[in-house]
Design a protein around this ligand. Sequence first.
Ligand SMILES: Cc1ncc(COP(=O)(O)O)c(C=O)c1O
Length: 356
Amino acid sequence: MLNHGGDLDIIEKNYKIAKENIIDFSGNINPLGISNKLEKTIKDNLSVITTYPDKDYISLKEAISKYCNCDKNHIIVGNGATEIISLFIKNLSPRNAIIISPSYSEYERELKNNNCNINFFNLEEDDDFLLNIDKLINCINDKIDLIVLCNPNNPTGTAINNEQIKLILNKCKFLMIDETYAEFSSISENICATSLVNDYDNLFVIRGTSKFFGVPGIRLGYGICKNKTILDKINKHKDPWSVNSIANLIGITMFNDNEYIEKTKNLIFNQKLYIFEELSKIKNLKFYKTNSNFILCKILNNKTTSTKLFENLIKENILIRDAKNFPFLNDSFFRFCILSEKNNKLLIEKLKNILL
Ligand SMILES: Cc1ncc(COP(=O)(O)O)c(C=O)c1O
């Protein structure tokens, strides 16, 4: 069973398909690859690997601060969003937490590793997995040290806005928001809590670069928080240089690459419209309106299951995410991400062949 999308090495081994030939709709990664500008910067500056990166990551934090419009002193950088999730949870060491679920599996793993009692707040299928804020707020009591929210949420693609986030912040001790997919939401939806950091001492926002900037291999993520107690604690326990020189260089370049950022947003926006239109023609399929670059779907008849669909597609080198192992989902759910126009067309055609 795959616990994450994008596990191409396992697929290569199990299905004997060379990694390069897999069309990966499971990893939620920007299909544009890296920009020419970034490629040139890396080539021209390869020698950075002969020196340690700046231990304080001053230029990188300045680039992030400009990109997110936040105070550079509120930023912590790390080895992917994964290290930031881990550092925050370890150093907060909550005794009781609520995970808004189904969601990304690492929160549960990390909380369990830190002996935290976990309560799952279930996003209801009947509500199209939209978060019922009033119901959540009623579940928050003095014992709950942490609320974990992925926004937009993986795998449902649903999201809440800043007004709704404020309602949670006003009631809880700490809110951790994983915004790994925030940049994929269209501008009008305004999914981005970084602007709230200045006003709330109990907010920790996590961001990655793997998905939006298409660079999971460099392992660069960051956290934004105003709370000095938790920031000092993390900085005290954190290993130095966990972001290497290449990732440092790439980060500084990428966050300023407005052309790439715009190109990505346009591609995702336009392809999303096309995919929504085509999916609505498949009557045995329900899909959930997404604020991200992936789409959760439910098979509505019993002719096939998510696992059978996965097996059918992988024979054609197409990798989707069988979503049955997410809490509260089952084997009628699958997820796929938006790739190039050509590949999206191919997947839609295959889905129509199998499901219509
Ligand atoms: C919601 C979410 N957060 C974090 C990660 C991991 O991100 P990173 O590669 O930055 O560690 C993933 C990867 O799938 C994810 O889906």
